[in-house]
Write a protein of this length. Sequence first.
Length: 557
Amino acid sequence: MSSRLVVVLDSITAHRHNVDRKPNFILMIVDDMGIGDVGCYGNDTIRTPNIDRLASEGVKLNQHIAAAPLCTPSRAAFLTGRYALRSGMGSTGRVQVLLFLGGSGGLPPNETTFAKRLQQQGYTTGLVGKWHLGVNCERRGDHCHHPNQHGFSYFYGMPFTLFNDCVSGEGTDVVILFLLVCLRHLAALTCLSVLAITVWYVPFVLLPTWNCIIMRNQEVVEQPMTVETLPQRLLGEAQNFIKRNADRPFLLIFSLLHVHVPLFETPGFAGRSRHGRYGDNMEEMDWIIGKVTETVDSLGLANNTLMYFTSDHGGHIEDADARGQKGGWNGIYKGGKAMGGWEGGIRVPGIFRWPGRLPAGRVVDEPTSLMDLYPTLKYLAQDTQPDRLLDGYNLMPLLEGAAERSEHEFMLHYCGIYLNAVRWHPPGSDSIFKVHFFTPNFTPPGAGGCYETKVCLCHGDYVTHHNPPLVYDLFHDPSESRPLTRDTEPRFAEILEQTAKAVERHRSTLPQNQAGDSHTASVPNQMSWEKILWRPWLQPCCGTFPFCGCKEDTTHT
């Protein structure tokens, strides 16, 4: 047989293998980024050429919605395809995210993530970066909430989240938040007693040691972590995972620490942007996205790899210090991180790139959700096994242009466990009505956010209930600045009636107490004080507790 014929046959075999092989998935999710921070979504002063390239070569979603305006519940919904309160990850409003790595709350072990489903379909699965969905339940090392127990065969990164406490001189997040919540919700004497007890003094003083750590799978490899080298290390891990698995179907979630505070000060990017440290971090993050894309393309994987880019929720507009603004910009949309159902906290970028499968340059203006990733990946992985009730829908008909209407006629917006707002896209209409049942009270009054507490709360005197509800048409008023009335909107009564019916249908699918009555929950609340507060016996530790400490050897990475 001639060498030329061998080459031809090898080429045919490789092509057939590529056609028959299931697609790869690379899901890139950034932290606390505003939709207005990205060039292809209207920003002309921050340079994001690599993200913009993904959009020009793929599909851009203009109404892509996070299921919650904060990290922990949003990420739980993203992974499970279901509203966070279905898995007990919605809070009662006091503390809305996990505060300590040594707490017992987290994504329940019996929950199903799309990573678990893909593992069952033969995928190699990896998570690089941020987790923030818990680690241990009853003892150190049980790892019941750990990524490895939720379908990820490989994990490298922060099991918690990046806090100011992780960097010397950046101040503190957790202590201030704890004190504000404590003083507002518990008796003053109780607060003083708690703070006087040494065991509670310890986690505050040693927050960098307890919360700011790096794990490789279930081993703590750095405690406390060296923040300055994290961006390059995470990028290297993501690239290496892709290279190791180039010849088999894989799922990689690259969960970046950018652009959550504290902001990085990488020498190669410091001072390059027109928007201070935040702009520098945006441009560094875009560069990282470009390097991942370059890796995919250089390995010849582009035509068999679905790449996705988003943020877990909107930008944190209250976050600033003497050196300037540290949070993101949400463009024309009202509100931001931790502001309930206001559009600025939940409308995020949504970009899909898959050369040869998705049309380049397509723009979709229909409502879509981060929860849609679960059924979309299931469909593409040819997973036809029965599943529990999902709140997301397969996006492929919209992405490919086979459908023009979203299956999300209604979309619900939660603030903790409280139903905050409902979005209705009536059949045969361009209008998208948004009904707010309550809105957070901005502090000081008249401000554009909750500047006294840094995040808005969802209950009691911290919100204003509206009767009738506030109603906006996002198609004509995306900034939610002109509420409709019975006099200005002929369909006003119909909007309230249809959304009320949608709420009742939704509540009928929830555990009874989450639907508003007093029966026992069938899903344990993972965000209670009991589960959030620090427990020494649950604290991940490198070495012998409490003498934890180690540095990762990066000489061979």
